[in-house]
Design a binder for this molecule. Structure first.
Ligand SMILES: Nc1ncnc2c1ncn2[C@@H]1O[C@H](COP(=O)(O)OP(=O)(O)OP(=O)(O)O)[C@@H](O)[C@H]1O
Ligand SMILES: [Mg+2]
Length: 358
C-alpha cells in the first residue's frame, strides 16, 4: 500500500501532546510531512526546546504512522518557544517573562532563578535574567560579574552575556556594599527606567526575573509592571516557609498572574560520604502545599554543597556538569523542563484560572 500525505496527517491527528492535551496537527506542531514509498518523514516543532516529552512524542508519532502501513518513520524535531497570544506593550520582544520568588527571605529564590535561566539556555532557548532585587542583588556574585559594568549602546544598557544568558543587575551599577534605599513609588520608576525602558533586551524566549523576598511593595510593583506569563514560587518545606508560599500564591492571584508552579528547595540533605538522604525540614511539605493549592509542583532540590559553592563562585554551569554533579544536574534539569512545559501549557489557556486556596 502506498501512503499519501492526507493519510499521514490523519494519523498524526490521533497523536496528542501528553501535556497540552490536543493533537499535534491542531497544535500546529506538524511542520512538514514527506512520503516516499513506505518511508515517512515528519517534522515536529515543539513548543519549547526544553520539552520533557520529546521521547514520548517521537514514540507516539512512529506508532501512529506505522499503524497505517509505513515501514519506516523518521521524526525530526525543532522548537519554537510560544508566548501568550495577546500582544505586549512592555517588552514586546520577549515571549515569556517569568518571575521567580515572592517566598521567604533566603529560601533560594535567586539560586533557582539563575539555574532556571542557565538551564533553559542550555537547551538552546534565548534567555535573559533580570535581577529585580534592588535591596540585596545577588546576581553580581552568582553570575561572577561583580564590579563589571554592563555595555552601553547609545544611552541604553546592553545586558551582560554570561553563561549563555543575557543578564542585568542593579548590583553592577551601584557601589558595592552600599544598600540601596528606594521606596515604593521611586522603586517603580527606577525599575521601569533602568530595567525596561533603558535596557536593550534582545529578542528572548524567556526572561527570568529574580524577585526580592516577601510580598511587599517592591515585588508587587514589579509584578504589575512586567507582562508576566507567570510566576514560580520557591519554598523550603518548613511550615513557616509554606505560610509565605501561600501568601505569595494569594498575591499572584490578586494580580491575576498565573502561578506556573512551586519548587521545593533545600528539600533534604544528601550525605556526600554515604549518599544517605537526610530529611531536615520536612521533605515533601511544598509538594503537599502545591497539591492543596491546585498548583503544579516543579520539583525538589536537595541541600547540595556544590550548589552553594558554584553560586558563590559565579559558575552556575558547573551545576549541570554530568561528570562532577550528575545528581544535581538531574534535579535541576527536571525543574527546568517542568517549568518549560508549564509555560507552554499556560500559553494555551485563558488567564485568570482560580486557585483552590482556602
Ligand atoms: N539547595 C541548596 N543547597 C545548598 N545551598 C543552597 C541551596 N539553595 C540555596 N542555597 C544557598 O543559600 C543561600 C541563599 O540562597 P539565595 O540567595 O538563592 O536565596 P534567596 O531566597 O534569593 O534570598 P533573598 O531572600 O535574600 O533574596 C545562598 O548562599 C545559596 O547559595
Ligand atoms: Mg535573592
Amino acid at each position: 500500500m502506498v501512503l499519501n500525505h492526507d493519510q499521514v496527517m490523519a494519523a498524526l491527528r490521533t497523536v496528542k501532546d501528553p501535556e497540552l492535551h490536543k493533537d499535534l496537527v491542531s497544535l500546529n506542531m506538524v511542520k512538514d510531512v514527506k512520503v516516499a514509498a513506505n518511508r515517512v518523514d515528519v517534522h515536529v516543532e515543539l513548543t519549547t526546546p526544553a520539552c520533557p516529552l520529546k521521547a514520548t512524542i517521537q514514540k507516539d508519532v512512529e506508532q501512529a504512522v506505522k499503524r497505517i502501513g509505513a515501514a519506516e518513520v523518521r521524526v525530526r524535531f525543532s522548537a519554537a518557544t510560544r508566548g501568550p497570544e495577546q500582544p505586549k506593550e512592555v517588552l514586546p520582544q520577549v515571549k515569556n517573562v517569568i518571575a521567580v520568588g515572592a517566598g521567604k527571605g533566603g529560601v533560594g529564590k535567586s539560586t533557582v532563578a539563575v539555574n532556571l535561566a542557565v538551564g533553559l539556555a542550555r537547551h538552546g532557548a534565548a534567555v535573559g535574567l533580570m535581577d529585580g532585587d534592588i535591596y540585596g542583588p545577588s546576581m553580581p556574585t552568582m553570575l561572577g560579574i561583580k564590579g563589571q559594568l554592563p555595555g552601553m549602546r547609545g544611552n541604553k544598557l546592553v545586558p551582560h552575556f554570561v553563561h549563555g544568558i543575557h543578564a542585568v543587575t542593579i548590583g553592577s551599577l551601584v557601589e558595592e556594599d552600599k544598600p540601596l534605599i528606594w521606596r515604593g513609588p521611586m522603586a517603580h520608576g527606577a525599575f521601569k527606567q533602568l530595567l525596561v525602558d533603558n535596557t536593550e533586551w534582545p529578542a528572548l524566549d524567556y526572561l527570568v526575573v529574580d524577585l526580592p523576598p516577601g510580598t511587599g511593595d517592591v515585588p508587587l510593583t514589579l509584578c504589575q509592571l512586567l507582562p508576566l506569563t507567570g510566576a514560580v514560587i520557591v519554598a523550603t518545606p518548613q511550615q513557616v516557609a509554606l505560610d509565605d508560599c501561600i501568601r505569595a500564591a494569594h498575591m499572584f492571584q490578586q494580580l491575576e498572574v498565573p502561578v506556573l508552579g512551586i519548587v521545593e528547595n533545600m528539600s533534604y540533605y544528601v550525605d556526600p560520604a554515604t549518599g544517605v538522604e537526610h530529611d531536615l525540614f520536612g521533605r515533601g511539605g511544598a509538594e503537599q502545599a502545591a497539591q492543596r493549592l491546585g498548583l503544579a509542583f516543579l520539583g525538589a532540590i536537595p541541600m547540595y554543597p556544590d550548589l552553594r559553592i558554584n553560586s558563590d563562585a559565579g559558575t552556575p554551569l558547573a551545576n549541570f556538569d554530568e561528570e562532577k554533579n550528575a545528581k544535581l544536574k538531574g534535579v535541576l534539569e527536571a525543574v527546568v523542563q517542568n517549568l518549560a512545559a508549564q509555560v507552554s501549557i499556560r500559553n494555551l489557556r485563558p488567564r485568570g484560572v482560580k486557585l483552590n486556596i482556602v
